[in-house]
Design a protein around this ligand. Sequence first.
Ligand SMILES: O=c1nc[nH]c2c1ncn2[C@H]1C[C@H](O)[C@@H](COP(=O)(O)OP(=O)(O)OP(=O)(O)O)O1
Ligand SMILES: [Mg+2]
Length: 449
Amino acid sequence: MARIGNRKNDEIRDIKITRNYTRYAEGSVLIEMGETKVICTASIEDKVPPFLRNSGTGWINAEYSMLPRSTHQRKIRESSRGKIDGRTQEIQRLIGRAIRSVVSLDKIGERTIWVDCDVIQADGGTRTASITGAFVAVADAIHKLYKSKAIKEMPIRNFVSAISVGIVNKTHMLDLCYEEDSSAQVDMNVIMTDSGEFVEVQGTGEERPFSRDDLNELLKLGEIGNQVLIKEQRKALGEIADEILGVDYGNEVVIATNNAHKLEEIGAILKDFDYKINSLKDVDLAGIEIVEDGKTFEENALIKARVIAQKTNMISISDDSGLEVDAIGKKPGVYSARFAGEDATDADNREKLLKMMKNVPMSQRSARFVSAIAVVFPDGKEFVVRGTCEGTIAMEEKGDNGFGYDCLFIVDKYNKTFGEIPASIKNAISHRANSLKLMKNEFNKRISR
Ligand SMILES: O=c1nc[nH]c2c1ncn2[C@H]1C[C@H](O)[C@@H](COP(=O)(O)OP(=O)(O)OP(=O)(O)O)O1
Ligand SMILES: [Mg+2]
């Protein structure tokens, strides 16, 4: 039987998160999940409940309410009736718990963040939409506190979102609308973080008990839904999304290379870098063998940096580099290190290159060094950049400086090989100098908070 709106069973409704929806609150979001619409605001008050006074710790409180005409029949205002009903009480506590679960309250100082979730139109899943929207509003409010320097550290540890799942007509489905919810045999709300952990699961066998298999199936759907929601939250938060988590990557990096020459050059080029540079030896991974089977410099650089980031849980920076010689179809390219075979030495590789280029005149010996630098952060975020340096392949080896193909590479600007040029100059103009400059730029964007 087709679902209302022809949705697949593991598909959520159209979602739209609009930030800065109203003007005064520090965080204000309209979240729309299909026909369910909730305004979520986060307001910051510079005081805490009595039990937290002089503790240095803050609090997050949530209130939830439905407008009279958010439902099919008008619902009397709780304020007119003079008391809030049990359902409202339960929901606002749930929202408060969900948001508190991902915020370090001791890092927001003695402040209360008031979360207000007002349902303007209800079509099922209002409590879960409230949580998903409230997180974005709170993130915005906290980000403002941070930007105004009222707090020193970002207190948000994770994103959090929520979605409903259930069994309707014997079918497990995700994100129930009102009609589906009303006829559900089993009904469940799944609240999760961006790291795939659970914050709360509320499941009820309304019309019949459910089995462990049902539970597993429903949790799987909940996971799918929350992954989509967290992507949407990220999208809505745009460029501040990365700053929100305020992950502390520490102040050290590891250079994922087994090549001592590269390590030396990278160290020299990054001498003003704010991070302590470790070698593979420093992290007890000297000589680690990583299969570089990528088709591009970028792919290989990422392969190396990923392995080392994963093993060390540190920011890992790798270089994959090589020479592209135009006359021989940009060879040796990614095969530069193993041009003359798996165990080839630099000298073997140079000899092979000179042989292949034997009859090529100077005017056709153009080439470039390429360096791809990949950076992989402990949380899996990554990027890769490329730097190049143009030159010409010499007829014979010249100079003893550098390594690899240096003594065969006449760099354009100096009309000398890198073998003849001091390291200080090479490190100012080389492919690696260029790639690392781009890397620093990109790096600072990622960690700037
Ligand atoms: O500035 C350079 N001056 C001269 N030669 C260079 C340069 N930069 C890369 N090359 C050559 C050396 C090696 O034949 C290949 C890099 O291969 P590539 O796999 O990236 O490095 P690798 O195996 O020596 O060390 P690792 O993978 O552990 O970083 O290109
Ligand atoms: Mg290599």
